[in-house]
Design a protein around this ligand. Structure first.
Ligand code: PLP
Length: 387
């Protein structure tokens, strides 16, 4: 299970004793990843595709596969290559309407990719010129949105529902099997968003002359963060199960989902060091240009965190701190305050949990701060991990 034994520790205390790292270390908890993926696959009423964009680290992809996910939503050839480099017997789907020229052809020829996406008539011709349409499924992506999604993804991709019948017809005429896809947003805080979008899909499907076999309801499944509770995933799965049963689909139809955050988020933590304290302000060796990258967009502002001093857990009375990253940019500040032991000081370490989604993949080397230290922790679960 462990890819590099030198970078494997039983727990954070051992890591701190051996390394006492001054640069950030990102900690993968294999059991948490595998268990979490297994629970999602068991509960979701359809085919589960991991949205690789949420975390393309090979160990994360491999662990999610170990948890029972064998389908992968990829947005580029490198993502497809990563999946195939660490997993056997898997299927990759090229699920973006924007691709580099030639990449659909290469994906099909080298990796046998058969599922693609368009969201406009103009996308069909270029795709058809690169792949064998007769053995492919092409999804028409419909734009949907709902106020409960913290990140709306409908302004960039997706055709208005009224345009979908013509796109489906275009896909059929070009020789491929047409299918339907939509994505309700990211960090969707209510199952109602899925009910709303499935309702829109129903109207579109009822007006089509052909029966569709595959409907991809996208990602967006949220995770609770401390102080930021969302309904349990079972509420989402129950709502989806009930509503997709009403869709007029082909006999052998299947629903697909593309969770990114829900699979990538829980199993990874960041171990960072306090560099400087000024009263109630602390400055870390990592920040908004690093592992907290996603939080510069709309996101949660509460954190699951554990403190350590000289390799041991640090406890005691807490107080709120404003927390800054190490760069010169004044926006390098975590949204929301963080509760930490009142006597926290430089040299102490903090472990932030629930950081596996849109973190490793987004971090930059701005100002020269970037860490590539990624380790495996074999015991326990990261801060904030819940089943
Ligand atoms: C097409 C598509 N599928 C799936 C996802 C994954 O979303 P999430 O991480 O919210 O599950 C995204 C996120 O941008 C997306 O654009």
């Amino acid at each position: 299970m462990v890819s590099n034994p030198e970078n494997t520790f039983a727990n954070i205390r051992d890591l701190l004793r051996v390394w006492s790292p001054s640069e950030p270390v990102y900690c993968i908890y294999p059991d948490a990843y595998v268990r979490n993926a297994r629970d999602f696959v068991t509960g979701f009423p359809g085919r589960v595709l991991f949205a690789v964009k949420a975390n393309a680290h090979p160990d994360v992809v491999r662990l999610i596969h170990e948890g029972g996910v064998s389908h992968f939503d990829c947005a580029s050839l490198p993502e497809i290559e990563t999946v195939h480099s660490v997993c056997d017997n898997v299927t990759c789907y090229f699920m973006t309407p924007v691709r580099l020229r030639g990449s659909a052809k290469e994906a099909q020829e080298r990796y046998g990719v058969r599922h693609f996406m368009v969201d406009h008539q103009s996308g069909i011709g270029p795709l058809a010129s690169e792949i064998d349409m007769s053995s492919s499924v092409v999804f028409a992506r419909m734009a949907v949105s709902h106020e409960s999604a913290m990140l709306d993804l409908s302004s960039r991709f997706g055709a208005p529902p009224d345009d979908i019948p013509a796109i489906i017809e275009g896909i059929s005429s070009a020789g491929a099997e047409p299918a339907l896809a939509f994505n309700v947003g990211s960090m969707v805080t209510s199952p109602e968003a899925y009910r709303h979008s499935i309702g829109l899909a129903k109207t579109v499907l009822e007006g089509l002359p052909v029966k569709i076999r595959l409907v991809d309801i996208g990602g967006g499944f949220p995770r609770s963060y401390p102080g930021f509770e969302v309904p349990p995933l079972s509420d989402y799965f129950n709502a989806i199960r009930k509503d997709v049963a009403t869709l007029p689909l082909a006999e052998n139809a299947e629903i697909m989902g593309e969770p990114g955050r829900a699979l990538a988020g829980p199993g990874l933590s960041a171990l960072v060091e306090v560099c400087l304290r000024k009263e109630d302000r602390i400055y870390l060796n990592d920040g908004m240009y690093g592992i907290f990258w996603e939080l510069r967009f709309k996101g949660h502002d509460r954190f699951a965190v554990r403190a350590f001093r000289d390799g041991n857990a640090l406890q005691g009375e807490n107080r709120s701190f404003r927390v800054y990253g190490p760069t010169c940019d004044s926006t390098d500040k975590l949204p929301g305050d963080v509760d930490l032991p009142a006597d926290i000081r430089p040299g102490d370490h903090l472990e932030f949990g629930c950081l596996g989604a849109y973190s490793l993949s987004g971090r930059t080397d701005f100002n020269g701060f970037r860490s590539d230290r990624i380790v495996t922790i074999t015991e326990g679960t990261p801060p904030g991990y819940s089943q």
